[in-house]
Design a protein around this ligand. Structure first.
Ligand SMILES: Nc1ncnc2c1ncn2[C@@H]1O[C@H](COP(=O)(O)OP(=O)(O)OP(=O)(O)O)[C@@H](O)[C@H]1O
Ligand SMILES: [Mg+2]
Length: 463
């Protein structure tokens, strides 16, 4: 997009300077100031202002049904981004390095070509998840924004207009870099005491901007220090699944199994709510896992028998065979391994677990495993790595970025990613990544009632 870039110092002298040019110039400047400049936010480095941006992006705003107030905000953000692009030299000088003089601005300038920017913001809550920034970088510019520094620059431009907005790594769509805007003015946290789910089968909200699709994103792994909120997250996932299951037809309902390695509140509460055969505590969990492996094998056998008879079922999943999805939560995985003192029993348990995670997609038995530290030992050496790699559907580390160890970060998110800055503090906040997401993002686990009797009442309401 062509615009005038003001030059700090003129390389050339004003030509034909005379009293006459000032006589013409002054009324021009005055008129411009009174009728246009005064009414818009303008830039000290270029001739761009919010009024011009509004006119240029008129059709984009119209297409996305942005209100006058939203447009005003989008104009300000766009201006701030254009300025940052100029300051970071993301432009090309067009017109043979020529410099001109403008009577209107009383400044020298050169023509530059800037990447086009569109900003979509909404004040209406329902539309907030559509908020985004689009920038049309050319191939050279795209290469230079590859480092994360540009994200910081972009976030600074956003913060100048609205402190609650941040962007994450962009996706590339038809030559446009699309940055989704995260809006912290919203409370993304789900309050379980007052929550109705409106999603399809096998999909649950983790917060108002993250959804877990259990049928496509198999298995879950949760990690975090003691007291960071792992068990609470498991309890809320159980509640959400039970609520969903309750509303569904029986074939699509979800069966929940719970293993509590520490033999703590999770096992105590859930054994009151779920059938006794679906809950195991301490060493019992090894038996429970073994039972599930047998179940998985039975499902396998049944499905292959049916498939042989009916080739149309070759690509059908477990639901087509009348099987319910089973989600098994294994809390405090390392406590279970540690409690199995007999090396044979431990080996057997680890093999069972590996088999369970490997067959989970086909059999519809989905394991979600938690542990305080995601090091290889908590899963049992190399076997543990194999197990961990199969649990990529949902990966979570609870806690704030400074509490999370580098090792945990690498183990869970599989690479040395930088965790984005999070505004969430305190228990119940953390980072998550589903297998559909490019990088981990901050989130807050659903809010549970603080009183234990209220929590029990809530959980048993979907019995
Ligand atoms: N989502 C939440 N909603 C409400 N309270 C929470 C939430 N998450 C954590 N808490 C509070 O923090 C306390 C500790 O959380 P939790 O027991 O879930 O941690 P943990 O990671 O399982 O710890 P440990 O590793 O010791 O078992 C809870 O008893 C609860 O008071
Ligand atoms: Mg716990």
């Amino acid at each position: 997009m062509l615009t005038k870039h003001f030059l700090a110092k003129a390389y050339m002298n004003r030509q034909n300077e005379s009293l006459l040019t000032d006589v013409i110039g002054v009324p021009f400047q005055l008129g411009y100031a009174v009728f246009w400049d005064f009414w818009h936010v303008n830039s000290p480095v270029s001739s761009l202002d919010t009024g011009k941006i509004g006119a240029q992006n008129f059709y984009y705003y119209k297409k996305h049904r942005m209100t006058a107030k939203d447009r005003e905000k989008a104009n300000k953000i766009t201006l701030s981004i254009y300025e940052s692009l100029i300051k970071s030299n993301f432009f090309m000088i067009s017109g043979k390095n020529k410099q001109y003089y403008s009577y209107i601005y009383d400044r020298y300038f050169e023509y530059i070509d800037l990447p086009r920017v569109f900003v979509q913001v909404h004040s209406e809550r329902k539309l907030k998840d559509q908020q985004e920034i689009r920038i049309q970088f050319d191939a050279n510019q795209a290469k230079s924004i590859e480092n994360d520094q540009y994200l910081t620059i972009l976030n600074q431009s956003l913060a100048k207009v609205d402190d609650d907005l941040t962007v994450l790594a962009p996706t590339n769509r038809c030559g446009w870099f699309v940055y989704k805007i995260k809006d912290d003015s919203l409370n993304y946290r789900i309050d379980l005491t007052n929550f109705e789910d409106d999603l399809d089968d096998y999909l649950i909200y983790l917060d108002h901007s993250h959804i877990w699709n259990l049928k496509r994103q198999y298995g879950g792994i949760l990690s975090g220090r003691s007291g960071s909120g792992k068990t609470s997250l498991i309890l809320s996932l159980i509640y959400l699944l039970m609520q969903k299951s309750n509303k569904n037809q029986s074939s699509k309902s979800i069966e929940i199994w719970v293993c509590d390695g520490k033999n703590d509140e999770l096992g105590a509460v859930m054994s009151q709510i779920l059938p006794a055969s679906h809950v195991g505590v301490g060493v019992e969990t090894a038996e429970l896992v073994h039972k599930l492996v047998k179940k998985s094998d039975e499902r396998y056998k049944y499905m292959s028998k049916k498939r042989k008879k009916n080739p149309e079922l070759a690509f059908a999943d477990f639901t087509k065979f009348g099987f319910k999805m089973i989600v098994v939560f294994i809390d405090e995985q390392s406590a279970i391994t540690a409690s199995l003192t007999d090396s044979k029993a431990r080996k057997q348990y680890q093999n069972d677990l590996l088999r369970l995670v490997q067959t989970s997609r086909a059999s519809g038995i989905i394991p979600v495993i938690s542990m305080q530290q995601a090091n290889a030992n908590s899963m049992g050496g190399n076997l543990g790595t194999a197990i961990r790699e199969q649990l990529g559907g949902l990966r979570v580390i609870m806690g704030s970025a400074n509490m999370i160890t580098t090792q945990d970060k690498q183990m869970i998110f599989n690479e040395s990613v930088e965790l984005p800055i999070s505004k969430f503090r305190g228990v119940g906040s953390g980072y998550l990544q589903t297998s559909d997401m490019q990088a981990p993002e901050a989130f807050e686990a659903p809010l549970l009632p603080t009183k234990s009797e209220d929590l029990y009442k809530l959980l048993s309401s979907n019995k």
